[in-house]
Ligand binder design. Structure first.
Ligand code: DX5
Ligand code: ZN
Length: 216
């Protein structure tokens, strides 16, 4: 499988979400990466279901929803109703991760687990076969535009080895500080999906930046 690009709309112009969504829809982006923040798990608040529902009208592409919220299990059906296709919860907030993943799948979505920079990939050893997507945070979650943490490469290689060994079909997604300068090395380490916020939306030509990331 060739790699996937998931631009993060956190870095888009919120006053023009319709045109930003239409632009992504006609670009070569594979997924929309949608960051939901609650001001509790992370020190920032972004947006929630009503905004996802509003932009759902402008694209049929996969909506990859990254929940940076506590108690994500309470809102699974609400995010499905808003239009999520993939729902990713943070390992650090789930006391019953296995149950939460089953509930996400039962609601008709793919189930993802995100790991903070300090969380070792080994914590997924007993659940990797139940996961569709692992989101490796390559910055501390909460804000776009931060610099990439170099230890991410080691985490990706270790996770890829676990996935192969356990014959899991989980995809590895990298989230935070991704640019064309680190994309190749991430893919070589085993990444499947690259999230890019600022690098895409703050560029002069987001469509061609997406093409650049696609053809890395
Ligand atoms: C960070 C978010 C990321 C963020 C990435 O908390 O999960 O998805 O939008 O933005 P950049 O690519 O600017 O680091
Ligand atoms: Zn994200």
């Amino acid at each position: 499988m060739s790699h996937l690009i998931a631009p993060s709309i956190l870095a888009s112009d919120f006053a023009n979400l319709q045109s930003e969504s239409e632009m992504l829809d006609k670009s070569n982006a594979d997924w929309f990466h949608i960051d939901v923040m609650d001001g509790v798990f992370v020190p920032n608040i972004s947006f929630g279901m009503p905004v996802i529902k509003a932009i759902r009208k402008f694209s049929k592409k996969t909506f990859d929803v990254h929940l940076m919220i506590v108690e994500p299990q309470k809102y699974i059906n609400d995010f499905k109703a808003a239009g999520a296709d993939i729902l990713t919860v943070h390992y650090e907030v789930c006391n019953h991760l296995h149950r939460t993943l089953q509930e996400i799948k039962a609601a008709g979505m793919k189930a993802g687990v995100a790991l903070n920079p300090h969380t070792n990939v080994n914590v997924l050893d007993d659940i990797i076969q139940d996961i569709d997507l692992v989101c490796i945070m390559s910055v501390n979650p909460g804000f776009g535009g931060q610099s990439f943490i170099e230890n991410t490469y080691n985490k990706v290689s270790a996770l890829k080895e676990m996935i192969n060994q356990k014959k899991s079909s989980a995809l590895i997604e990298i989230d935070g500080g991704v640019t064309s300068a680190n994309a190749r090395k991430l893919l070589d380490s085993g990444a499947d999906v690259l999230v890019a916020g600022s690098f895409v939306f703050k560029s002069n030509d987001p469509i061609s930046t997406i093409n650049d990331l696609k053809s890395v």
